[in-house]
Write a protein of this length. Structure first.
Lengths: 262, 314
């Protein structure tokens, strides 16, 4: 046996087990995941840089026909994009690689309850969406955006529902297949939904049945709902709300069966 | 009237008749082991012997197909939260966010425990302070292992499972980990570790359980496993061509004496002071002096080779 344990004073490791407080566990996990997202170049590109470029570009350049003031029509689209990027694509890719690097298995081996493992990830997403909303909102204000005050409450609710729907889908994708597949699929879906899912081009301007399909997608529902709330200052109606809730519930049900928390 | 033997209350881990199959392969085949509190047990065996499967069943990560497992007095199946709060786990290959820094990761794990160790101190003492800003995916294998070990002990558990704790470490790192495991035992923590390194099992463990193909092929303390009748040998040099018949007659039954090369002699058997004096007296009787006398103890590696006919580091 090794002779000296001089580096470690007697009693240093005397057992004193017990579970930490739920609040501290949640704060530690989601705080770390949020910091990691803000430190990761690709995540920042996806979650902030692309929405910023689109906000400025679509407002100042007349590439897509939009009603004046252009910024008022652009903000809902860019907010919907930001939520999709953070909660779905970024979240799925992060989870895919976190699983690859064994962090889910590592956390599951602590006293952290399983549900908190998922809640921590969703809390980190909410944190990132809050950062996005503040940055994009401030930038939009400097571009002359004056939101309808009556619709702001609805907008917050829609953003939260969007986080639930896209976040559940992100966990479903990121937790079910290999990291490389997650990377490819999450980016592909992001690209398709951005242009054909009712975000950049409103659903009613999409050709033929695509427009109808888009309104049943989480992207179309979120963007349409945000347009109604922020441009018209009205409630989004039942369809966008039900569509977002439906996707969130559906993804959660499938996730329970397919997601491997290992 | 005889009462059924009560389970000793001071066993941290108790495994009886454990069986685990993967398809047609039997990974663990009727394994028994006992880990008393505040002691170190090493599961020693080649790759594929069933060490990790056994540990993962004790952790509750995998389910047994047959047999009983008790960890801190309860069934670990499904890794109940109350049990996870009392044990520390170092999975093989560790586990952390790819972009996380060592101390950040340790803080997340520490937050899961009620009375964790000081994270800054643990980071420093395990030599992870120098890589403070390097993301996990760019740490060396040894640094990742040390972080994984820190994560296993930061919550001040009663029992830790260490799956190949020194794999990929340099000698200094290994020495540090051995010292740490010694300190854990001293402070009352039970340690179940797996290794395929003989010297590690010999240096650390109170009990060594040698496994091969999912079965226990030998168990005991390192001294018990390496001691025994014909398990020692004595080599010396002296004048070539001495008469070995006289020596064989003077030694007790069961000993073997040969001249391996001219002037080099080998005696196999239990080497005790009386045998040593018989040998030196025999040399003196032939007018020779036994020179360069060496007594070799059988190593755990020899034991393993004898039992399985296999190299351990396969």
């Amino acid at each position: 046996m090794t002779a000296s344990t001089g580096r470690f004073a007697p009693g240093t490791f005397a057992p004193r087990p017990g579970r930490g407080s739920l609040v501290r566990m949640l704060a530690a996990q989601s705080g770390t995941e949020l910091r990691l997202a803000l430190r990761n170049g690709e995540q920042l590109l996806l979650a902030l840089l692309i929405p910023i470029v689109l906000l400025v570009g679509l407002t100042l350049l007349e590439v897509v026909p939009l009603p004046e003031p252009r910024v008022a029509s652009v903000v809902p689209a860019v907010l919907a994009l930001a939520v999709m990027s953070a909660a779905f694509t970024g979240q799925a890719i992060a989870l895919g690689f976190d699983r690859r690097y064994g962090v889910v298995r590592r956390l599951a081996a602590t006293a952290l309850p399983r549900w908190l493992l998922v809640a921590g990830r969703l809390a980190a997403v909410l944190g990132l969406v809050a950062v996005q909303t503040v940055v994009l909102g401030a930038l939009a204000l400097t571009l002359g955006w004056r939101p309808q005050a009556d619709g702001l409450g609805w907008a917050v609710l829609l953003v939260l529902l969007g986080c639930a729907a896209f976040g559940s889908l992100g966990i479903l994708l990121g937790g079910s297949v290999r990291a490389e597949v997650v990377l490819a699929v999450a980016n592909l879906i992001w690209f398709v939904l951005l242009f054909a899912g009712g975000i950049v081009i409103p659903a009613e301007q999409l050709p033929g049945p695509l427009g109808t399909v888009a309104t049943w997608l989480p992207s179309g529902a979120l963007a349409e709902g945000l347009r109604t709330a922020l441009v018209d200052g009205q409630g989004p109606g039942t369809q966008p709300v039900l569509v977002l809730v439906g996707w969130a519930v559906l993804a959660a049900i499938v996730s329970v069966r397919t997601v491997k928390l290992r | 009237m005889s009462l059924p033997a009560a389970e000793p209350p001071d066993l941290a881990v108790s495994v009886r008749g454990l069986v685990k199959r993967f398809g047609r392969t039997t990974a663990v085949d009727g394994l028994d082991l006992d880990l008393p509190a505040a002691s170190v047990l090493a599961l020693l065996g080649p790759n594929g012997a069933g060490k990790t499967t056994t540990v993962e069943i004790c952790e509750g990560v995998q389910r047994a197909d047959a047999g009983t497992v008790r960890v801190l007095g309860r069934d670990p199946a499904g890794a109940p939260e109350a049990l996870r709060a009392r044990i520390g786990i170092m999975p093989q290959g560790g586990g952390a966010y790819p972009g996380v820094r060592a101390e950040e990761m340790l803080r997340v794990i520490a937050a899961c425990a009620a009375h964790p160790l000081d994270v800054s101190w643990l980071t420093e003492v395990l030599g992870l302070g120098s890589c403070a800003r390097i993301p996990y995916k760019r740490l060396s294998g040894g640094q990742q292992q040390r972080l994984a070990l820190a994560c296993a002990i930061v919550g001040r558990p009663e029992l830790v499972f260490l799956d190949e704790p020194t794999a990929g470490m340099d000698p200094q790192g290994r020495r540090l980990v051995w010292e740490l495991i010694d300190a854990l035992r001293r402070d009352g923590v039970a340690v179940l570790l797996t290794t395929h390194l003989m010297e590690e099992a010999e240096a650390l463990a109170d009990q060594v359980v040698i496994v091969d193909r999912g079965r226990v092929v030998a168990q005991g303390s390192p001294a018990e496993l390496t001691a025994g009748g014909d398990q020692q040998e004595l080599r010396f040099r002296a004048t070539p061509g001495m008469d070995l018949d006289d020596l064989a007659a003077a030694l007790p039954n069961g000993y073997r004496a040969v001249e391996t090369v001219a002037g080099r002699y080998l005696v196999q058997g239990r080497i005790d002071p009386s045998v040593l004096s018989v040998i030196t007296a025999w040399c003196a009787g032939q007018g020779a002096l036994a020179d360069d006398v060496q007594i070799a103890r059988r190593s755990l590696e020899d034991v393993f080779l004898d039992l399985t006919g296999k190299e351990l580091r396969s």
